[in-house]
Design a protein around this ligand. Structure first.
Ligand code: K7E
Ligand code: CUA
Length: 662
């Protein structure tokens, strides 16, 4: 207890003095060592050559996901997911607004921590990548043929969707655990906060994923009110199980940095989801009224729809005793990682000085023998020693996350001691350690949480950048570091800045994705209700105070490019169809004074910008994407007249309007 307090104090001091320590104590003496002569060659991808991996990196508080090439570290794309993005019109165009709808209405931002690639037979298959929204709990699915967010589902009975989105080995489920326990949505939430122990519940959600990727909340499991932090699915022999790290098993509701660090051990919760499925089939779930949004993008109409759903099925872990088991795990576990064989479960206690490795076989035996140490809030607690395979001794300070290389080795990140440590899974011996600059969070090895890792590179996503790059004022870009792990020793080969604050990332060999990449949308397949499939379809229609401008763009003009007869008080909808059918010829669209963003329209796509003019006058519009030598000529005018004006609604292209009398 006293020792605990001391440790916390030290850690507190540590974080206060992290800058100092990072710059002094933890800085390797021979910083020059960090990069050896052949490093540059290893990360070098010649101009015109492709990278060998796609790296999908969470944007953290940016809410987006970025895609890098490895080993070059080149930024290939930022995919808008949970945050509006004026660059691409995401959340600004009428078509994309429904994607950000929630039961709270439109939420224009979130905090995306974890990326997870879909799997088949436990191997990354490159169909989709999922991401979690921490703040307003949601899970997004990104289609890797278009690199666009195709679906977002909100999670009821949840708050702080951190332990998410982790998937089972055939993408049967995307699984999400709530970080904040809260009263259930259908219970009265207007209760004193200090009634945590009675009223707050922790919920985990199993989202089914269909053949086409469609997500649906299959069921939720109501668990004790703790903080679920991270998780991973079992695989191979442990397929059918899921593992969640939990902290705050003290069930504190204030000053968690002290109050949630009281106990020597928190838990990893093992969930037998095959058993849960049986209970579900047997009708043991309760239908609970809730409210959540399910948003889907339609590839043919180039439009999203948002549906509010009203019910979810909840299984109670307290009543259905053989779904959940608690395994004691030292000191506020964070990462919860399963090795490629599915036998070893690694728990990383943020305040622990060792890494416990649990054995799935031993866990099964312990459960069968009811080798329990009582219950925690109605959930059986398996004895620590009965589930433990062994401990990695003195690995470092502040273990967070572990990835695997498929050659029997594990790599764990250490935030406090700012290093990556390689250790052998079988004998639990430390094999190598390498400094990171500075204070690493997640790690990524391509396929590193799957049955088949590609153990060539490891990327460390660092939390503190300090002196690694030219200073840019108080705010510095986050930093990633690429290591070659193909040999016995890890070798740093590249630093590269990142977007937002990356937490988890995943990577996949380029071949798995690159040839499936969509290049254009076929114009004949465009089912958008306001699509214009040729310039002949272009027109302007008035419906009361709504004006629909059905326009086309092609190098290098809009049709129409002169519009008159708009009146103050009108709502104008520019539905712009890009008629191009060539790869890499987007057109943009912007109009002066729009309280909105631009549109960026891909070949064959129709996108809509809503514009409510605020004054009488002449409003230029133009293409924002340099599409041809005469891009700068790609422009037009919209004339706005006073309310009640009798200027007729006209539109044209290539003919100056006849001069009106007045
Ligand atoms: Cu460790 Cu949110 Cu996965 Cu950050 S979490 S590092
Ligand atoms: Cu179209 Cu520039």
């Amino acid at each position: 207890m006293n020792q605990m307090k001391k440790l916390i104090k030290n850690l507190g001091l540590f974080s206060a003095a992290l800058a100092l320590t990072a710059l002094n104590g933890c800085k390797p003496k021979d910083i020059g060592n960090a990069v050896s002569a052949d490093a540059a060659a290893k990360a070098y991808v010649a101009p015109g050559k492709y990278d060998s991996y796609y790296n999908f990196v969470s944007g953290g508080f940016s809410g987006q996901m970025s895609v890098y090439g490895l080993p070059s570290g080149r930024l290939l794309r930022v995919i808008p997911v949970f945050s509006v993005d004026p660059e691409k019109g995401w959340g600004y165009s009428e078509e994309t607004k429904p994607m950000l709808n929630t039961s709270h209405g439109m939420v224009p931002w979130d905090d995306l921590h974890h990326t997870e690639l879909s799997q088949t037979n436990g191997e990354v298959d490159g169909r989709w990548v999922f991401g979690n929204a921490n703040n307003t709990p949601r899970v997004a699915r990104i289609d890797l043929t278009t690199f666009r967010t195709a679906e977002i589902i909100e999670l009821p009975n949840s708050a702080g969707n951190h332990s998410s989105p982790f998937i089972t080995e055939n993408t049967e489920y995307v699984v999400a655990g709530t970080r904040f326990s809260v009263p259930m949505d259908n219970a009265n939430g207007d209760v004193p906060i200090n009634t945590y122990k009675q009223n707050f519940k922790g919920t985990i959600s199993f989202i089914s994923v269909g053949k086409e990727g469609d997500m649906d909340i299959a069921f939720q499991i109501q668990c004790p009110g703790v903080n679920f932090d991270l998780s991973h699915a079992g695989k191979g022999k442990s397929h059918g199980w899921f593992f969640f790290s939990c902290y705050n098993t003290e069930q504190a509701n204030t000053l968690l940095e002290v109050n949630a660090s009281q106990k020597d051990k928190d838990f990893i919760m093992a969930v037998n989801w095959k058993k849960a499925e049986e209970y579900l089939k047997a009708g043991k779930g309760k239908k609970v009224p809730v409210k959540y949004a399910h948003n889907k993008w339609d590839e043919k109409s180039h439009t999203a729809t948002s549906t509010i759903k009203n019910e979810v099925i909840v299984l109670d872990a307290k009543e259905l005793k053989d779904i959940c088991y608690m395994i004691p795990c030292p000191k506020s576990p964070h990462g919860c990682d399963v090795d490629p064989t599915g036998e070893y479960i690694v728990g990383s206690g943020k305040l622990a000085a060792l890494i416990p490795v649990f054995s799935f076989d031993k866990l099964q035996k312990a459960i069968a023998a009811k080798d329990f140490d009582g219950e925690y809030d109605g959930i059986p607690v398996v004895k620590y020693e009965s589930a433990l395979y062994g401990e990695v001794k003195k690995p470092g300070l502040g273990p967070l996350h572990t990835e695997f290389d498929g050659k029997g080795n594990a790599y764990t990140s250490f935030f406090v001691s700012s290093e990556v440590v390689k250790w052998n899974i079988k004998d639990l011996k430390v094999l190598d350690r390498v400094a990171t600059y500075y204070s690493v969070g997640h790690l990524c090895i391509p396929g590193g949480d799957s049955k088949k890792p590609f153990g060539q590179y490891l990327i460390a996503y660092n939390k503190i950048t300090k002196d690694r790059y030219l200073p840019t004022g108080p705010e510095l870009s986050q930093s990633a570091q690429l290591f070659d792990i193909s040999g016995d020793k890890m070798q740093l080969i590249l630093d590269f800045p990142t977007i937002g604050e990356p937490h988890y990332a995943q990577a996949v060999p380029a071949e798995v994705i690159k040839d499936k990449s969509v290049k254009i949308f076929k114009i004949d397949e465009n089912k958008h209700p306001y699509a214009a499939k040729g310039e002949g379809d272009a027109k302007v229609i008035r419906e009361g105070n709504k004006v629909h401008v059905i326009m086309t763009s092609i190098r290098s003009h809009f049709a129409p490019d002169n519009i008159e007869g708009i009146r103050l008080g009108d709502e104008v909808y520019f539905h712009v169809t890009n008629l191009e059918q060539d790869w890499d010829v987007p057109h943009g669209f912007a109009v002066k004074g729009a309280s909105n963003a631009e549109l960026l329209i891909m070949p064959g796509e129709t996108t809509t910008l809503k514009w409510v003019p605020d004054r009488v006058g002449m409003f230029p519009m133009y293409c924002t994407d340099f599409c041809s030598a005469l891009h700068q000529e790609m422009q037009g005018y919209v004339r706005v007249s006073p309310a009640g004006s009798n200027v007729p609604l006209t539109f044209s292209l290539g003919t100056n309007q006849p001069a009106a009398s007045k």
